[in-house]
Design a binder for this molecule. Structure first.
Ligand code: ARG
Length: 463
């Protein structure tokens, strides 16, 4: 090895400039793939021995060296050397120190280009599945809170204006279904991640008798690459994972936004647990929903990682270009961000107290039953457009101070006292009976369906 210690130093005169090294080195962040890198090397070496490129002694001494490097990395005693550009060179350098003769053969028929794609796919396979499992845990929290909400109801909103009452369970499950799509999407992404690029070499395969199917099998991949050029330049799986996480982040952000509103004095729909809220350094009375605000804020960062990485990819010619090294930091950060956010939001939702009286008081505002009044007229044969107009005129009269809406409805010849009973507390929500709707009867059926959907996601994720 030459001055700088680089594995590629043979062709170079002198070592690399410091500025190049500082920009180029990825070991500080890609060392978190050391388990996958060593796993990939074990499979590669095993295959090389099976096809006769390594003898048994060479295989054993490389595998033993890999075990030792793994221990050193896991325990933190591994000491990087100046030439360790990335995790791949670091592992190979150390293996070769431990097993000088055999170590020189570990990289036979392999390039860092197929190696890094392999490592990252293995890493994503593990991480995305774990994150999907955490989403399911959060879904179960929502399900539990929905089940125990009973017949509690609240006003639902459009345009952030009170619209129609729905059960609290129905509202909570609306977020739960968005998360169900996230889990489904992550499971589908995992399918496309599950392709081994190992054996593509730098870009064109090899003249050596490598067996890419065997390494794929040893690594537990479900499929093998079809095109060596595509295998080393494809980072769709990273972009897809970033999209899945960005959209999940958007869903968590929307949940956060509602919790922020609900915990305000103006809404008063929830009281946050002290352990999951923060105080103000100046105003002693404050209790702030920081977790919910961070859930909302982190979505910006997740969207940024997706758009940033798509921008990195968009102009790249085949095949590997060093730009692709920019895949890891956004991906790692997106995964870490989603993990922390999910755990905190789950804790916040598990522990908050629903103020169901305040919710009911909002929902029992007679105006919230206006659609029910119009539908009452429709049931009596009036065209909906006319019914809408009749009720609208009564609302206008009530707002103009001509009487309360219940009084005006009771006195109306087409509506009358029977219709006015639709404005009694809880009447409007109970009236909503259609499939997937917000009344107690459809909510009971929805809870069943949601429970089944969570159970099947758990099966997909082998939870
Ligand atoms: N550290 C590089 C990355 O993360 C590994 C691949 C480098 N390949 C190369 N031919 N320089 O993408």
């Amino acid at each position: 090895m030459s001055e700088g210690g680089q594995l590629w130093a043979g062709r170079f005169d002198g070592g690399p400039a410091e500025a190049l090294q500082a920009l180029n080195d990825s070991l500080p962040f890609d060392r978190r793939m050391f388990v996958q890198d060593i796993q990939g090397s074990r499979a590669h070496v095993t295959m090389l021995a099976e096809v006769g490129i390594l003898n048994d002694n060479e295989r054993t001494s490389i595998l033993d060296a890999l075990d030792q490097v793994e221990d050193e990395m896991a325990s933190g005693v591994f000491a990087p050397a100046p030439g360790d550009e990335d995790i791949h060179t670091a592992v190979e350098r150390r293996v070769t120190e431990i097993a000088p003769d055999a170590g020189g053969k570990i990289h036979t028929g392999r390039s860092r280009n197929d190696q890094v794609a392999t490592d990252l796919r293995l890493w994503v396979k593990h991480e995305l599945r774990e994150l999907a499992q955490l989403v399911v845990v959060f879904q179960e929290t929502l399900l539990g809170r929905a089940e125990s909400a009973g017949d509690a109801y609240l006003p639902a909103y459009t345009h952030l204006q009170q619209a129609q009452p729905v059960t609290l369970a129905h509202h909570l499950l609306a977020h739960g279904w968005a998360l169900a799509r996230d889990v489904e999407r992550m499971v589908q992404t995992l399918d496309r991640v599950d392709v081994s690029p190992l054996g593509a070499g730098a870009l064109a395969g090899s003249s050596l008798p490598l067996d890419p199917e065997r390494t794929a099998e040893l690594l537990g991949f479900g499929a093998v690459f079809d095109n060596s050029l595509d295998a080393v330049s494809d980072r769709d799986f990273v972009a897809e994972a970033l999209f899945d996480l960005a959209l999940l982040g958007v869903h968590l952000s929307r949940i956060g936004e509602e919790l922020i509103l609900w915990s305000s004095a103006e809404f008063g729909f929830v009281t946050l647990d002290d352990g999951f809220s923060t105080g103000s350094s100046m105003m002693p009375q404050k209790k702030n929903p920081d977790i919910a605000e961070l859930a909302r804020g982190k979505a910006g960062r997740l969207i940024g990682h997706l758009t940033g990485f798509l921008t990195t990819l968009k102009g790249l010619p085949l095949t590997y270009n060093k730009d692709l090294q920019e895949d890891k930091e956004p991906l790692f950060d997106a995964c870490d961000t989603v993990r922390l956010t999910l755990l905190a939001l789950d804790g916040m939702v598990s522990t908050l107290i629903f103020q169901t009286e305040a919710m009911a008081a909002g929902a029992d505002n007679p105006f919230a039953a206006a659609t029910d009044l119009a539908e009452y007229l429709v049931n009596n044969g009036m065209p909906f457009r006319s019914a809408h107009h009749v009720v609208g005129a009564l609302v206008r009269a009530a707002l103009a101070g001509e009487g309360s809406l219940p009084e005006l409805v009771s006195a109306d010849p087409d509506l009358g006292p029977e219709a006015a009973r639709l404005m009694e507390p809880g009447a409007s929500v109970a009236n909503r009976t259609t499939r997937g709707g917000g009344g107690p009867a459809p909510t009971a059926a929805e809870l069943e369906r949601f429970g089944a959907s969570v159970a099947s996601a758990k099966q997909d994720l082998r939870l």
